[in-house]
Design a protein around this ligand. Structure first.
Ligand code: PAN
Ligand code: ZN
Length: 191
């Protein structure tokens, strides 16, 4: 065989202008309003909405098995525009199970807020707009709210051994919520 047998086509491609991932063996998940019961503050507003409404979709690539030490995953999340009462559609949010694992987010389309909370429950937000790059340090829970009128699309790159701890957020939430206040996205403390 010639040396060319070592040259393989890339298996996964990114449409950089729209961020979408294409390739075999990608993982996909989506969350509907029904699956996000209990996430939003206004339960009455939640039950008045179509339970089948999709809030967000994730497509991601695991080039190495989950929990592989020192590997990396790449994913793309699309959060639909919408609100439950005054609260913007958002992802569930999580700490990484291995607390010290960091992550990058990069915004491609739309506008939103990256909500970050440290282990002392101190909560802050970074504005997301096309091109914005966000470093999420270890020990920092992260959630994204779509504060715009169109889909919010961002890519993420995280360690393959990070894991996801959803239970802590399900039990305690974030220290603040991203709410529409007179048409402006506002971080409203839960305390
Ligand atoms: C992202 C998130 C994705 C969906 O890929 O998993 O945006 O949010 P939830 O996982 O909170 O539902 C990431 O942060 N990976 O680690
Ligand atoms: Zn993460």
């Amino acid at each position: 065989m010639t040396g060319n047998s070592q040259i393989l086509p890339a298996s996964v491609h990114v449409d950089w202008l729209r961020a979408r991932l294409k390739g075999p063996d990608l993982h996909e998940s989506q969350k509907t309003l029904a699956q996000l019961r209990g996430l939003f503050k206004d339960a009455a507003a939640h039950s008045a909405l179509d339970p089948e409404q999709i809030v967000y979709r994730v497509r991601w690539w695991e080039p190495v098995p989950a929990n592989t030490e020192a590997g990396l995953f790449w994913g793309v999340t699309e959060v639909e525009p919408g609100r439950v009462g005054d609260e913007y559609f958002m992802t569930r949010g999580h700490f990484h199970a291995k607390r010290d694992r960091a992550e990058y987010y990069g915004t491609v389309e739309g506008s939103g807020m990256l909500i970050l909370m440290n282990e002392k429950r101190e909560t802050r937000a970074e504005a997301m707009s096309p091109g914005s790059l966000h470093y999420i340090p270890g020990s920092t829970a992260h959630r994204v709210a779509n504060t715009g009128e169109s889909a919010l699309v961002f890519w993420a790159c995280w360690p393959s051994d990070a894991g996801h701890d959803y239970a802590t957020i399900e039990a305690q939430g974030f220290g603040a919520r991203m709410m529409d206040r007179c048409g402006l996205p506002t971080l409203v403390s839960e305390i």
